[in-house]
Unconditional design. Structure first.
Length: 267
């Protein structure tokens, strides 16, 4: 296989994603509202825990009465239970609506790319292996799912948590809030460059996977010729080398997750 020369155009990728996602803006808005609710509740739980510690400290220092402390606990316990119910329902509907949204977007992009491939000239199909085209067509839908999952499970919640955490900490100590904000920004920058490097490894992995599927397609398409000349072992040997290359590319891609975890723990 030749070394990949494909470059990543983030602008074109997100421009195409926007065109696919635009008809479903109402679905995105509903899911975003649920993300705000769930993230806000999760941050709020930490704040409730802080209030409980402060009130408990006041009680043990005899700054408040036992009855006042009990009333405080009962009040926030009720709030906590209600928030858990809302949190559970929000997460349920977020996954439910997200599954429908992703399914429709994946279908739209596969139809779009399939129609484009069908419209291409015969010479294009004569010079491109069918197995590789099938692999890329199927992967296109998966890519839409991956981007949407990143935006809804990682990107949006992270930004909302940073904003809410900064606002809450700033109420008590502005300098500490800026320190937390700085650490978050460093982590985001680290993740950006790490993911950028991972995308190159992802292209290599995809090309290796395409080549593997193309080889399988060519082999079984011409199985009569393979058997006629007794090349079964030869084809098995070649396929072993191809799958080993795919394995190495896959491991290289997965290893970036270890790097992200290392950076997260260190920062």
């Amino acid at each position: 296989m030749q070394k990949s020369r494909v470059s990543i155009s983030w602008r074109e990728n997100f421009s195409y994603y926007y065109e696919i996602a635009r008809p479903y803006w109402a679905n995105f808005l509903a899911i975003f509202i649920l993300i705000v609710i769930t993230t806000g509740i999760e941050v709020g739980h930490n704040y409730i825990f802080k209030l409980l510690i402060d009130e408990g400290t006041s009680f043990f220092n005899a700054a408040i009465t036992q009855q006042a402390f009990i009333d405080f606990i009962l009040f926030w316990a009720i709030i906590f239970v209600i928030s858990i119910v809302i949190l559970s329902a929000s997460k349920y509907f977020r996954i439910l609506w997200l599954s429908t949204l992703e399914g429709r977007m994946m279908r739209a992009v596969k139809i779009d790319i399939f129609s484009h491939l069908v419209s291409l000239s015969h010479s294009f199909h004569a010079t491109h292996r069918t197995g590789s085209l099938i692999s890329r067509l199927i992967r296109s839908g998966k890519s839409i799912e991956n981007i949407t999952d990143f935006l809804t499970f990682h990107g949006s919640p992270l930004i909302i948590k940073v904003v809410l955490s900064f606002a809450l900490i700033a109420l008590f100590d502005l300098s500490s809030a800026f320190i937390v904000l700085g650490v978050c920004i460093v982590f985001i920058i680290f993740c950006f460059f790490t993911i950028k490097g991972q995308q190159k490894a992802n292209i290599e992995r995809n090309e290796a996977d395409d080549y593997e599927k193309a080889f399988i397609g060519d082999t079984f398409t011409n199985i009569e010729t393979v058997k006629h000349f007794g090349k079964e072992k030869r084809m098995g040997f070649l396929f072993g080398g191809i799958t080993n290359n795919t394995l190495l590319k896959q491991i290289k891609f997965w290893n970036y997750y270890a790097l992200i975890d290392f950076g997260f723990s260190s920062i």
